[in-house]
Design a protein around this ligand. Sequence first.
Ligand code: ATP
Ligand code: ATP
Ligand code: MG
Ligand code: MG
Ligand code: MG
Ligand code: MG
Length: 257
Amino acid sequence: MANSKFEYVRHFEQNDTLLPNTYIVIRIDGRGFHRFSQTHNFAKPNDRRAIDLMNHCAIQVMKDLHDIILAYGQSDEYSFVLPKKSNLYSRRASKLSSTVVSLFASNYVMAWPTFFGSQAIEYPPCFDSRTVCYPSDQNLKDYLNWRQADCHINNLYNTTFWALVHDGLTETEAEDKLKGTFSKDKNELLFSKYNVNYNNIEPIYRKGSTIIRLRQEVTSISPRNGEPVTRTKLVPAAVHDDIIGQDFWDKHQNLLQ
Ligand code: ATP
Ligand code: ATP
Ligand code: MG
Ligand code: MG
Ligand code: MG
Ligand code: MG
């Protein structure tokens, strides 16, 4: 083979096979989305179009990669969970991470017009990606709890911050006013000054989005006899539940195995 004298370079590749029998989490995060959100006039604190687009991309990733059991997203990030038994790409970290992130990013650009209409996408968005292994159910739950707690803390802060700014404070003044405040102070400020009960804000903003495979009845026309046939299918769909409490895990017991 003419190629064989070059083939030794293959041995320079490093083995990045992930630990067996562990959950694999692939987390992607938008690069410089503070700027991206400004350039594209995202509504603050939460642009619903941008969240719906992120959720659409996560659903497309799950439709393509059937091993993924759950995805959790908030802001410009999404975490995808593979079960302990998964052997996707022989559990090679760079293959998994790069496939998920490029699939997500290409969907983001392709579906942009569906969510942003005639508003053009000004420059190519970019996402980074990493893989982490979690050996126990509790580790995985704690990981997801960490992301959902982060969503809550940021959303409470951003909701209060933007209420102050929309009320006429400069961004620096709003930042100063919130320095050193606790959650209860922000809740109180929102309620007393702006008549906003934080707990009544839509769960999609307070809890983020969790994509799981839900049973749905799908009707299609049989190619054999032209008759409609109804089957149940597992379809990835977004819910906005609390995943920190035990209820979610009791309701979806098949997730942890
Ligand atoms: P890095 O490259 O380090 O990730 P970043 O600018 O992307 O930097 P993040 O910490 O990831 O910083 O924060 C994401 C930013 O994107 C936040 O500042 C947030 O304001 C903005 N953002 C993301 N999604 C939305 C949305 N749906 N509506 C409004 N702003 C959003
Ligand atoms: P994998 O997912 O394992 O990479 P693959 O289908 O992408 O599978 P490759 O070994 O990467 O397989 O080969 C790329 C394929 O894409 C080739 O079969 C080739 O026919 C096709 N291809 C790529 N670029 C071109 C091109 N410019 N013109 C025609 N065919 C192309
Ligand atoms: Mg980042
Ligand atoms: Mg980011
Ligand atoms: Mg982020
Ligand atoms: Mg290829």
